[in-house]
Design a protein around this ligand. Structure first.
Ligand code: SAM
Length: 242
């Protein structure tokens, strides 16, 4: 089945935004795992003096995780869905965050090069048409040695983890999505994960894009072997892609 992309994906998230927070709160470990990935950015001194970008910030779950890890950082969140952003902007705990409504494909037009010390992307990359192009844009936004953490559903490559993902989707996620009136969005969730990079392939993609010290870190619970944190450091060198 065709994956949702561009305006169709944003429209699906606009519609899904009204139940998004309730659905993810019911997923064991969702917020704790985002906080763990945010801590893995290793931001010193609570992020004091640092500027951090939350790519695909949605309703602000990942933004709240960043604030927990780096309460003193200046945070900017960017998302293509106005509906998701409206939810984020309504949260009093995120009042100090700068939110930008734009697709990440327009990062270069919206944000200044080398203006971020760290970038976080929670559940974004498998939604993108051209993840390599976005990684190039991210590298340009980061200061030299700036940190990237990607928190993403990326299957390990083991048939067991793929079977667990498909089972969780069939029995829990897709029925809940259908009840919420968002069958297409949650079918997209299932298929986009199955079709996206495995964890080793995404780590390779980051290295090819010119990120150094790339590490793939596990997360616990039913998401073991299904969701990973990827951390890396922006280098001045070009990536290895032709
Ligand atoms: C699964 S949600 C994750 C939201 C949040 N990061 C979290 O962890 O809960 C994915 C978000 O990525 C956004 N998104 C998808 N494609 C995008 C794009 N090309 N540019 C900007 N945002 C995008 C969607 O609008 C959605 O809010």
């Amino acid at each position: 089945m065709t994956l949702l992309r561009g305006d169709a994906l944003s429209a699906a998230f606009d519609h899904g935004s009204t139940t998004y927070d309730r659905l993810v709160a019911a997923s064991p470990g969702y917020h704790a795992h985002l906080r763990r990935s945010a801590r893995r950015l290793g931001l010193a001194d609570g992020g004091r003096g640092l500027h951090v970008l939350d790519l695909g910030c949605g309703t602000g779950a990942s933004t709240a995780a960043l604030l927990a890890a780096a309460p003193h950082a200046r945070i900017t969140g960017i998302d293509a869905s106005a509906g998701m952003l409206d939810r984020a902007m309504a949260k009093s705990g995120l009042a100090g965050v700068d939110f930008v409504h734009a697709p990440v494909e327009e990062l270069a037009d919206r944000l200044r090069p080398a203006s971020f010390d760290a970038v976080f992307a929670g559940y974004l990359f498998r939604n993108l048409d051209d993840p390599d192009r976005t990684l190039d844009l991210v590298r340009d936004l980061l200061v030299p040695d700036g940190r990237l953490a990607v928190h993403e559903y990326t299957l390990s490559g083991s048939p067991v983890h793929r079977a667990v993902w498909n089972a969780v989707c069939s029995v829990i996620i897709q029925p809940a999505g259908r009840l919420a009136g968002d069958a297409d969005l949650y079918r997209h969730l299932r298929d986009s994960v199955v079709r996206f990079d495995t964890a080793p392939a995404f780590a390779h993609r980051l290295r090819r894009a010119g990120f150094a010290d790339v590490r793939v870190l596990p997360l616990p619970g039913w998401q073991a072997g299904i969701t990973h944190t990827f951390v890396g450091r922006a280098t001045a060198e070009q990536g290895l892609r032709p």
